[in-house]
Design a binder for this molecule. Structure first.
Ligand SMILES: Cc1ncc(COP(=O)(O)O)c(C=O)c1O
Length: 358
């Protein structure tokens, strides 16, 4: 966990103050967080919400997606990228990814478009932005909405603009393992569109236009104040922590790039990777994972089952064939990359991996 035990005393004092104030729900600190995050991303508006999933659900509903609509989305992602569509009654139309970037492959999008297609939902997986120029071009041509799943991409840049400012709206997660956290569960929605943010604001607060006057469907997806305090702090150290992650990633890539059984992450020109995960493709992945575990090295498999192959989705039928997603799911393994790792610890991981393949 990024900040466990590392929240500085002045921030803890603010947490205490906020608890003592009795103003626990969606007040001063949450509004300051919204303002600071909008400024950081470079957008006009931000709404803090209860987690990344509710951020995506609110975006999908505010975009007017509904039963019968199809939305193009990668299958190689966390399940919430697709479940948020089902929450609105819309249908995920899974499209394959580019094996080098793990992101939606724009060359597969056009052939997945039908008269029912209404939107594209790229995911900036592991902290690297999807290739947004061709995605937006296809969307414009077919009059589709683009929404970003930026849950793993706080601070990631695509051609000078940050994730969350590359489409109609971006959704972020503040889950404890993310690059930006809030001392619990939290999320954020960003946009430049005032009408859109007003719909999000209504949706996440019971559709309440004035006290106990409800003008639209909505639920309670609000963020609480203590989360606002911690998230403001986490935002203030986000760039510094992202830089540390990039240094660790470079250390891994310089050495692991020499191992023929491994493919290291690619960073295309014009993109800044924030390394929410440092994920490699490895031959004999499962044996490597066991070897890491035997050496007390934590690792993650993000994700061993693409969404279209998950039992829940398979039961719905119409299972597409997505060869790249299915292949990389067998090869990916994420190495420790949190900003508090030492050079020696990273060296130990590298040496352990090299020993496995030698
Ligand atoms: C790509 C992606 N989308 C959506 C989510 C959902 O975020 P949360 O766990 O905060 O609901 C996550 C979080 O794990 C994620 O990684």
């Amino acid at each position: 966990m990024q900040l466990a035990g590392m929240i500085p005393p002045p921030v803890l004092a603010q947490v205490q103050e906020s608890l003592s104030s009795g103003m626990w729900a969606d007040s001063k600190h949450v509004h300051e967080l919204e303002e600071a995050f909008a400024k950081y991303i470079g957008v006009k508006f931000c709404r803090a919400v209860s987690n990344g999933t509710t951020a995506l659900v609110a975006m999908v509903c505010a975009a007017g997606l509904k039963a019968g609509d199809e939305v193009i989305v990668p299958s190689f992602s966390f399940i919430a990228s697709a479940n948020c569509l089902l929450a609105a009654g819309a249908k995920p139309k899974f499209v394959d990814i580019d094996a080098a970037t793990f992101n939606l492959d724009p060359s597969h999008i056009s052939k997945a478009i039908t008269p029912k297609t209404k939107a594209i939902l790229p995911v900036h997986l592991y902290g690297l932005c999807a290739d947004m120029d061709p995605i937006r071009e296809i969307a414009e041509k077919h009059h589709l909405v683009v929404l970003e799943d930026a849950c793993q991409a706080h601070g990631a840049i695509y051609k000078g603009k940050k994730a969350g400012n590359l489409s109609l709206a971006g959704g972020f997660s503040l889950y404890p393992t993310k690059n930006m956290i809030c001392g619990g569960e939290g999320g954020l929605v960003t946009t430049n569109d005032e009408a859109f943010i007003n719909k999000v604001r209504l949706y996440v607060n019971h559709g309440q236009a004035a006290k106990y006057t409800h003008t639209a469907l909505g639920f309670n997806f609000r963020l609480h104040e203590v989360a606002g305090v911690v998230a403001k702090y986490s935002l203030s150290v986000l760039d510094e922590n992202n830089r540390k992650r990039a240094v660790i990633a470079k250390q891994y890539s310089e050495e692991l790039g020499k191992v023929s059984q491994i493919k290291i992450p690619t960073i295309p020109t014009g993109r800044t990777h924030v390394f929410h995960q440092y994920t490699i493709r490895a031959q004999r992945r499962d044996q490597l994972a066991e070897h890491l575990q035997n050496n007390d090295i934590g690792y993650g498999i993000h994700y061993g089952i693409p969404i279209h192959m998950q039992p829940f989705y398979k039961n719905m039928g119409n299972i597409p064939s997505l060869p790249v997603s299915e292949q990389v799911a067998k090869e990916v393994i994420s190495l420790p990359v949190h900003p508090f790792l030492t050079v020696e610890q990273v060296d130990f991981v590298i040496a352990t991996i090299k020993a496995f393949y030698s």
